[in-house]
Design a protein around this ligand. Structure first.
Ligand code: ZN
Length: 104
């Protein structure tokens, strides 16, 4: 389910000034804090899934993250076995093997 971020408009309670709520996309936005019933403002949701922090978490989830190192050169910081660590423009052999990563 998506995570929405809310901010207390008045005094924050134990949940903190800003807090996250997991809601169905069919739910109406909260107007009141579920904890203290204070008025809330819904913030622009950052992302629909909680963002993994580390490269290894990304890799475990099947993401490929490329970091630009030089003009036309990208480091694949989530390189798996057999993947080239660096991807260079114009060298197809250095492109991550997506088909190998996706098993379904
Ligand atoms: Zn509250």
């Amino acid at each position: 389910m998506p995570i929405y971020e809310y901010e207390h408009l008045e005094e924050p309670c134990a949940l903190g000034k800003m807090f996250d709520v997991e809601q169905s996309i069919h739910d109406k936005p909260l107007k009141q804090c579920p904890e203290c019933a204070g008025p809330l403002r819904k913030l622009i949701s950052r992302t629909y899934i909680s963002t993994p922090k580390t490269n290894s978490e990304l890799r475990d989830l099947g993401f490929t993250k490329l970091v630009k190192r030089d003009d036309g050169v990208y480091e694949n910081v989530t390189a798996r076995d057999g993947d080239s660590r660096y991807m260079e423009r114009g060298k197809p052999g250095t492109i991550p093997k997506i088909s190998k990563t996706i098993k379904d």
